[in-house]
Ligand binder design. Structure first.
Ligand code: FAQ
Length: 310
């Protein structure tokens, strides 16, 4: 078959909803785009442990500490699954990690903001994980088998994270006026970064058109963002809390909530390394990577499985 015939057959398969598997022929651009996206996603899960992980020693009570430890550990597991999915496309985990640590690779904007209060843990679990699950349920319908299957499993766990975050926010919303104010302050700070998570608007998005054609994504950035807003605004208001956007209201004619778009220049700055916490996040990752070197080296000793007896 000529390259054109292979491409036509590939596109017909993808359009039918078939899954593409690791050994299958695929256009080079499809492979590159998936490596880019899955790699960034894996890095997001790994760096995403840090903003909430910071609160493990200070979690209010044993039960909340246990659930937070489990959540943060789940994110590490998601990172592992995603690096594995990217490896099936021919890029090594070492190479991807090197790109993260050198600052070359992008990861989600949202993890470059500080978490000054316990309410941030609740609001990340509730708002950020809700936005992540809406996006990932869309990705679970995607064309690349290993990524789509990883998404399905990850979504089960992230859905539980939403409950953990929501439960923490409900406790604050029903608490003292100070606790309620803490919850509101965290929502105010996370609202726009969470809206930015779904990516730039479709009109500015470099990769969306091709990603839709090849079913790497099955909804556009704007569709995912709108779905998030429609889902979360009534929940926030039901707790007697506010969305920090006076123009956010339900539009009877469209059946959707209107909202003020985020500052897209801020998104650009943050994903390109100039957010409030980028430097600290990478410094912490580098330190953890160095401190874990002996474990990787011990595991890599051939034939011993890391057992020093042989
Ligand atoms: N942050 O042309 P598009 C989680 C970049 S997981 C950083 O629209 P695309 C779980 C984009 O990469 C959260 N960079 O790109 C959790 C591209 O850069 P490049 C992560 C962003 O790929 C919860 C450029 O801008 N989820 O939260 C962002 O079609 C709690 C142009 O953009 C995923 O990664 C951004 N927000 O659409 C963990 C899901 N937006 O490569 C711990 C998989 C855009 O050309 C605690 N990824 N960029 O240099 C996706 O769904 C897509 O990649 C989008 C972007 C939607 C993020």
């Amino acid at each position: 078959m000529t390259e054109d015939q292979k491409l036509a057959e590939f596109e017909a398969r993808v359009a039918r909803g078939d899954k593409v598997e690791p050994g299958d022929w695929m256009p080079e651009e499809y492979r590159k785009n998936l490596i880019r996206m899955i790699g960034q996603h894996a890095h997001s899960e790994i760096v995403g442990q840090l903003p909430e992980g910071k609160w493990i020693p200070y979690a209010p009570g044993f039960r909340r500490k246990l659930t937070l430890i489990a959540k943060v550990q789940d994110e590490a597991g998601h990172g592992q699954l995603l690096y594995r999915a990217a490896e099936t496309l021919g890029k090594s985990r070492e190479e991807m990690l090197e790109e993260l640590l050198s600052g070359k690779a992008k990861y989600s904007n949202v993890f470059n903001y500080p978490t000054p209060t316990w309410a941030d843990v609740g609001v990340i679990g509730w708002l950020v994980d809700t936005a992540a699950v809406i996006n990932q349920s869309m990705l679970a319908q995607g064309s690349y088998g290993p990524y789509a299957r990883a998404m399905k499993r990850i979504c089960y766990e992230e859905s539980f994270h939403i409950k953990q975050g929501y439960d923490a926010v409900v406790a604050l919303a029903r608490g003292t006026p100070e606790q309620r104010a803490m919850a509101q302050d965290a929502i105010n700070r996370w609202w726009y970064p969470t809206l930015m998570m779904s990516g730039p608007p479709d009109a500015m998005s470099e990769h969306t058109a091709r990603a839709m054609k090849w079913r790497i994504k099955t909804k556009t950035n704007d569709q995912v963002r709108q779905e998030f807003v429609d889902h979360i605004v009534p929940q926030i208001r039901a707790l007697g809390l506010d969305v920090p956007d006076p123009d956010c209201r339900y539009d009877e004619t469209t059946g959707h909530y209107r909202f003020t778009p985020p500052d897209w220049e801020e998104l650009k700055r943050v994903v390109n390394g100039d957010g409030p916490m980028n430097k600290e996040r990478i410094a912490v990752r580098k330190k953890a990577h160095e401190e874990g070197r002996w474990v990787r080296e011990a595991l890599a000793v051939k034939g011993t499985g890391g057992n020093s007896k042989s």
